[in-house]
Write a protein that binds this ligand. Structure first.
Ligand SMILES: [Zn+2]
Length: 269
């Protein structure tokens, strides 16, 4: 009877650990892909914004050039009027008429000066706008290059991991069936709460593989026995076993001792 129960706990832990391994693989696939789709979307948005701005600037330049054309027409009209007035002046009957026409000529001259001044001002605006257009265009060119690179990268990554993902998802379906319902519920809850997605861990070098709190030797023995499902006293993760001790290089040991409890796949290694 006892052996059946023992093996059943061991089996349950094994099933859990298998599920965790698959989920960690899926997490990694998502993690690799994770930022890229968002980066591609951001770039697409940025490019759309730049294109809108470029179109607006180009419209601004067209409007300014139309204003210049209108001032040129006005200038031409004034010029024609002056020619006409000068001819009329040849045929005046008195000084009063001559002076009146002189005033008109003077007025048209002022109109032409004003038009010249406006044209200069608008020309300056066009120059500035064209600078802005050039800068938006070069920005756009760079962003489009970035987008192309990221899109290709994403395509490659998706292509690379799609098969693994599909396989893992199928494996997961099977693995979930092997875990009893109650345990699966706590597993899901633990995974949701854990930042690194680990709900089931091994004891590694005397510490919890999830939160790195030390596990006393007696407890490690109990975990190895697999007579009960034991959880970490600090983080609540389920202990699936104790990792066989492989002597690690000194350097790694030190850095591990100082490292913050960050994501570390239990079984992926
Ligand atoms: Zn822990």
């Amino acid at each position: 009877m006892a052996t059946v129960k023992e093996s059943s706990i061991a089996d349950r832990l094994e099933a859990l650990l298998k599920l965790q391994t698959i989920d960690s693989t899926l997490d990694k696939i998502k993690q690799v892909r994770g930022d890229l789709p968002e980066e591609v979307r951001d770039l697409e948005d940025e490019i759309m914004g730049l294109e809108t701005r470029l179109a607006k600037f180009q419209q601004d330049v067209a409007d300014l050039e139309e204003q210049i054309a209108n001032y040129r027409i006005a200038k031409k009209n004034s010029d024609n009027l002056i020619i006409k007035y000068k001819e009329q002046q040849m045929n005046v009957r008195n000084n009063r008429e001559f002076d009146a026409i002189s005033k008109e000529i003077e007025l048209q001259g002022i109109e032409m000066e004003i038009a010249d001044k406006r044209i200069k001002e608008i020309d300056f605006k066009v120059l500035n706008k064209n600078d802005e257009i050039a800068s938006v265009e070069s920005n756009l060119f760079e962003r489009k290059k970035d987008l192309e690179i990221k899109q290709n990268e994403l395509q490659v990554i998706i292509a690379e991991s799609e098969e693994d993902e599909q396989k893992s998802l199928k494996d997961r379906e099977k693995a979930v069936k092997a875990v009893d319902e109650r345990l699966f519920k706590s597993y899901t809850k633990l995974r949701d709460n854990a930042r690194n997605g680990l709900a089931v861990v091994l004891v590694k070098r005397g510490a919890c593989g999830g939160c790195f709190s030390s596990v006393p030797p007696q407890r490690q023995t109990d975990i190895k026995d697999k007579k009960k499902i034991l959880v970490c006293e600090h983080c609540g993760r389920v202990f699936a076993g104790v990792e066989d001790v492989i002597p690690a290089p000194e350097k790694e040991k030190k850095s591990r001792a100082k490292a913050a409890p960050k994501a570390e796949a239990v079984v992926a290694e």
